[in-house]
Design a protein around this ligand. Structure first.
Ligand SMILES: Cc1cc2nc3c(=O)[nH]c(=O)nc-3n(C[C@H](O)[C@H](O)[C@H](O)COP(=O)(O)OP(=O)(O)OC[C@H]3O[C@@H](n4cnc5c(N)ncnc54)[C@H](O)[C@@H]3O)c2cc1C
Length: 382
């Protein structure tokens, strides 16, 4: 349900995306540079603290408000949207949800301001979809956690304003012989934390992604996030919520493809008339609208279930799966509608096409979403 306040928030962010992000983002994308000036202005708007309570410098909003914001930003650019998504939903949210009062007081006001961003280090070179395969270890030694291992593809982990990385690590063995996984806060700049040069990526080129190595990294015992051994449950919860955010981001990209295609179809001339007067182009545009609209309903529904305190796991997976796949389809169709210009990086749809594929991979691949949905329906595919 979109209230008057949420509609006003959408309008502000839409204007911001068009006036502040759109003019500068293509250059950042081409140069693979992090858009610090844009991120700082997003901080000034209060969007990094949107779903957190005011006592921690937050905006007192909720997760649905964050999703609406992500959709509006991704309608113009996905690198900026994923930077905000990862900072709020992956970087700050674990502390907000599971942190001690001391940890919240220490980190959340800075993270809410956007002057500092956080990252979430779950994926490893040999543990992605199978995140339980974590090999990074943390053992207590003299009142400190001694961390060794590595993490792959970590968003927001190497910027000048990165303040911390929450890291999952094996902290022991469970009575059943399984791994005890816990989450530990590692402040940026801790000796032994090695941030590799940023990846060369297909898309999201103005966002920051690095491999991390932990070589005898020492942090205080009090940096444990929540209860020891709860790391697995914590990241499952964070990913369930994060999937709704990625669905919103995907809808934004799908809608951006539609916006650009509509403009182009009504102005590009071929055979003496605008290309949109051809039914095949008009139908592509109608289908893009059907897909965007349906995916939007799916993420609204998942967010509503979550905010009502209901089980939302399956619906978050449905929203993420459907929205990411239709984003890829809309991006492909938008490029087709733009013809040769759609293959030129100066056109936003080219960027959207390159940015779309990762949506089917990050925060749980499409296969993982299908596994979750099938399992929730009672089918245990092997
Ligand atoms: C740009 C970018 C940013 C990212 N940011 C972060 C971040 O901030 N923090 C973080 O922790 N991670 C991050 N990731 C990692 C991302 O979440 C993982 O890449 C993703 O979960 C997939 O893991 P993987 O790459 O190891 O693929 P794999 O798990 O190796 O999967 C490879 C393929 O096998 C399929 N597969 C695997 N198991 C099964 C199965 N049982 N049944 C059927 N198919 C299966 C997968 O669906 C996929 O198609 C990021 C990745 C990228 C590319």
């Amino acid at each position: 349900m979109i209230t008057v306040e949420l509609r006003a928030l959408q309008d502000v962010v839409r204007q911001f995306a068009n006036d502040v992000i759109a003019p500068v983002i293509a250059k950042h994308y081409e140069d693979c540079t992090f858009p610090y000036e844009v991120i700082s202005k997003i901080g000034d708007l209060g969007l990094f603290g949107l779903p957190f309570s005011e006592e921690y410098g937050g905006g007192g909003g909720d997760y649905f408000a964050l999703c609406l914001v992500l959709e509006e930003i991704a309608r113009v650019d996905s690198s900026v949207a994923i930077t905000l998504e990862a900072a709020v939903s992956l970087g700050a949210m674990p502390i907000y949800k599971f942190g001690t009062e001391e940890q919240k007081q220490e980190w959340l006001p800075q993270l809410s301001s956007g002057r500092m961003i956080g990252a979430f280090g779950l994926t490893e070179p040999e543990a992605g979809s199978d995140a339980g395969g974590t090999k990074t270890t943390a053992r207590l030694e003299g009142g400190e956690w001694l961390i060794n291992g590595s993490k792959s593809f970590i968003t927001n982990s190497g910027t000048d304003i990165t303040g911390l990385i929450t890291v999952t690590a094996v902290t022991g063995t469970l009575p059943n012989g399984g791994k005890e996984i816990s989450t530990i806060i590692v402040p940026a700049g801790t000796p032994g934390l090695i941030v590799a040069p940023k990846y060369s990526k297909v898309g999201w080129n103005a966002s920051d992604t690095h491999e991390l190595a932990f070589s005898d990294v020492r942090v205080p015992e009090s940096n444990l996030l929540g209860i020891r051994g709860q790391g697995f449950a914590q990241f499952l919860r964070i990913l369930d919520e994060g999937r709704i955010a990625i669905a919103a981001l995907s809808v934004g990209l799908a809608q951006g493809c539609l916006d650009e295609s509509l403009k182009y179809a009504n102005t590009r001339m071929a055979f003496g008339r605008t290309i949109g007067t051809n039914q095949s182009i008009a139908f592509k545009i109608a289908d893009m609208e059907v897909r965007s609209h349906t995916a939007r309903l799916a993420y609204y529904d998942a967010a509503a279930r979550m905010l009502r305190g209901e089980d939302f796991k399956r619906h978050a997976a449905i929203a993420k799966l459907y929205a990411s796949e239709i984003a890829v389809t809309n991006a492909r169709e938008a490029t087709q509608i733009h013809g040769g210009y759609g293959y030129m990086n100066e056109y936003p749809v080219a960027r959207m096409w390159r940015d779309s594929k990762i949506l089917e991979i990050g925060e749980g691949t499409s296969e993982v979403q299908r596994m979750l949905i099938a399992r929730d329906l009672g089918v245990r595919a092997s």
